[in-house]
Design a binder for this molecule. Structure first.
Ligand code: CP
Length: 299
């Protein structure tokens, strides 16, 4: 069974194949790869972009979604995860897209399910489909990933997006640097590629081509280590003044949802140099490429 659970260990050749196919789909290519097939959506955590773009991607590939509304499902009556997964597969799900607050849950479901599993975000671990849409967005802007200077800023310790991007970018030869308060630094001795960690935001921004901002994840304790959001904004927020000091062709990215006024100024979020809307749009072709690869067994 083919699964898409992590960017850790993905070869450059495989990432490039997904990237080229995502570019095709972004340019309007059509595929019937999911004709007569179903994709089950199991979102145990809230989502707007990922869930909706998987729905759209499935439709564009000719398939249907089975969307489990967890809070109104038989899980609240005590049905086990195993039985829930088996029920979705019995109803026709060929692939399962899983988001969960617990690290490793998509891997557990992959071990029990007679279906391919895609990780749509597990705890603080991985969000690999986000990395593919981010690669597409960077490629569209710069025409290359190799050698690109990318600075990931913010609550890195709690970020599955940061980890997924760091592995994918490193595999394709980008130069990845991380800037964060010491309290939100990743433990680079475990499950991170080799990368530079610094606390000097202004120095890093002056050298970077992509400032990739992360949401402060208050629900995972991201704001516990600093006194106030004003304190954070002053030291680690991408303000209009900081944007003005970046290279003229440098861009800002954010996976969303944004905490405006915390990690990013309103004016920066709404500026032409912020690619957040393009990232959301690219969620559809990127996820089409992943769904197609898995259903065709090229995962
Ligand atoms: N970037 C992202 O995962 O957004 P959602 O939580 O809205 O899916």
């Amino acid at each position: 069974m083919n699964h898409f659970l992590s960017t850790d260990g993905l070869a450059a050749e495989y990432l490039n194949r997904l990237l080229w196919r995502a570019r095709d789909f972004a340019a309007g290519a059509e595929s019937e790869a999911l004709r007569s097939r179903s994709v089950g959506l199991l979102f145990f955590e809230p989502s707007t972009r990922t869930r909706l773009s998987f729905e759209q991607a499935t439709r564009r590939l000719g398939g249907e979604t089975l969307n489990l509304d967890i809070e109104n499902s038989s899980i609240v009556k005590g049905e086990s995860l195993e039985d829930t997964v088996a029920t979705m597969v019995a109803l026709g799900a060929n692939l399962l897209v899983v988001r969960h607050s617990e690290t490793g849950m998509p891997h557990q479901i992959a071990a029990m399910a007679d279906a391919g599993v895609i990780n749509a975000g597990d705890g603080t671990n991985q969000h690999p489909t986000q990395a593919i849409l981010d690669l597409l967005t960077m490629y569209e802007r710069f025409g290359r990933i190799e050698g690109l200077k990318v600075t990931i800023v913010g609550d890195v310790a709690h970020s599955r997006v940061a980890r997924s991007n760091a592995f994918a970018l490193a595999a394709l030869g980008a130069a990845v640097r991380v800037v964060c308060p010491p309290e939100l630094a990743p433990d680079v001795t475990t499950d991170w590629p080799a990368l530079e960690v610094t606390h000097d935001l202004d120095q890093a921004l002056s050298e970077t081509e992509v400032a990739y901002l992360l949401r402060v994840q208050t629900e995972r304790g991201g704001a516990d280590g600093f006194p106030s959001t004003d304190w954070y904004h002053e030291r680690y927020g991408l303000t209009t003044a900081r944007l003005a000091e970046m290279k003229p062709d440098a861009v800002v990215m954010h996976p969303g949802p944004m905490n405006r006024g915390v990690e990013i100024d309103d004016a920066v979020a709404d500026s032409e140099r912020c690619l957040a809307v393009q990232q959301v749009r690219n969620g559809v072709p990127a996820r089409m490429a992943i769904l197609e690869a898995l259903i065709r067994g090229a995962g």
